[in-house]
Design a protein around this ligand. Structure first.
Ligand code: 3PG
Length: 384
């Protein structure tokens, strides 16, 4: 893939750069709980500062009422440098703040989702954002599947480049698209409707696709087995049935952990064809972990997105944590391992083995879209 990288931009010196980052991090009590996305953007910021640029950094937070103030604070700590926060994204206040900037100054805008035009990919908003700067850099891989003004329409109004993180995401995830075989894909979590295209495309290139989490319930039900009271998306059962019919390399759990409710500590192991009417499937079982381990140990490339069960409850975390450990152990120089998705990375962190993984993507939905071969509005014009 060809990437229009910021490293290839001419005359960067002294420019005002609009840097679209994805600093959509978990925040509680005005404190950033996980700064991975902020840490990962630092090389791009440092690169632009070395060229004496003035930096306007913009991000969204999924909670449209949340402020980027805690992000500004954490970014300033990590850079050991002042990060000015302006109370808005466009308008007089912002324009004045930009005018006052000197070389190497950093200004962080407020949450882009405060502007209703952002999610509507509104041209007027995109034009106003673009008017603040001389150059646009998209380093928000994790938002690039969104057709939003600050990642999509804005590129019409400014000379645009890919940031260093975006570049790294593409180069690493490309290794999954063109894998060293055998490729083992592990997909869990819920929301099957967002994963059908991906599963189809991964099944075509993978040696095996291992399925766990609530996602597996749809396949188990499509196979004709009972799933009791488990989470299922009835509208997607036909798609699940068609996937397992077409792709014999899709591997489903052979046993599961069940309980009567999500908070229960009364856990039972059931063969996948023995689930009772009142059961809720909340994790993969020990035989499934063994089966998955057998395939993961054969891999030369591994991609993993989505937990294997309801790992928030201590009784149902074993499947997910076992897979995390297996993927991390195999990734240590034997296979190329790529992992992504908020909950998946959270589980990986619990094992303290995250550093063994070759690429921990900042993207959740974006990683799935990229691997599924979807056209991503944020990459249009930047990646071929
Ligand atoms: C993410 O966290 O996956 C990205 O920041 C996208 O966030 P969104 O789902 O709110 O668009």
């Amino acid at each position: 893939m060809k990437i229009k990288s910021i490293r290839r931009a001419n005359n960067l010196a002294g420019k005002i750069v609009f840097l679209r980052a994805d600093l959509n991090v978990p925040i509680k009590n005005r404190t950033v709980l996980d700064d991975y996305k902020i840490v990962m953007i630092l090389p791009t910021i440092r690169f632009l500062l070395r060229h004496n640029c003035r930096l306007i950094i913009a991000t969204h937070l999924s909670d449209s009422r949340a402020s980027t103030k805690p992000v500004a604070k954490r970014l300033a700590q990590l850079l050991d440098k002042k990060v000015r926060l302006v109370n808005g994204c466009v308008g007089d206040k912002v324009e004045k703040a930009v005018k006052k900037m000197a070389a190497k100054d950093i200004l962080l805008l407020e949450n882009l989702r405060l502007e209703p035009g952002e999610v509507k990919n509104n041209n007027k908003l995109a034009k106003s954002l673009a008017a603040l700067a001389n150059l646009y850099v998209n380093d928000a891989f994790a938002s690039s599947h969104r057709n939003h003004a600050s990642v999509s329409a804005i590129k019409k109004y400014l000379s645009s480049f890919a940031g260093l993180l975006l570049e790294k995401e593409i180069l690493n995830l490309e290794k999954v698209l063109r894998p060293k075989q055998p490729l083992i894909s592990i997909i869990g979590g819920a929301k099957i409707e967002t994963k059908i295209v991906l599963l189809n495309s991964l099944a075509k290139k993978s040696h095996r696709v291992l399925i766990g989490g609530a996602l597996a319930n749809n396949f188990i039900a499509a196979h004709g087995f009972k799933i009791g009271e488990s989470l299922v998306d009835k509208a997607s059962l036909r798609a699940a049935a068609s996937l397992i019919k077409r792709h014999k390399n899709i591997i489903l759990p052979v046993d599961v952990l069940v309980a009567g409710d999500f908070k229960s500590n009364q856990v039972q192991v059931r063969a996948v064809n023995q689930v009772q009417q009142k059961d809720i499937i909340l994790d993969i079982g020990p035989k499934t972990v063994n089966l998955f381990a057998h395939f993961i140990r054969q891999a030369n490339t591994i991609v993993w997105n989505g937990p294997m069960g309801y790992f928030e409850n201590i009784h149902f975390k074993h499947g997910t944590l076992s897979v995390a450990r297996l993927v991390a152990a195999r990734s240590t120089g034997q296979a190329f391992g790529a992992v992504g998705g908020g909950e998946t990375v959270e589980a990986l962190d619990m094992t303290k083995m995250g550093h063994y993984i070759d690429w921990v993507s900042t993207g959740g939905g974006a990683m799935l879209a990229f691997l599924g071969g979807e056209e991503m509005p944020g990459l249009r014009g930047l990646v071929k």
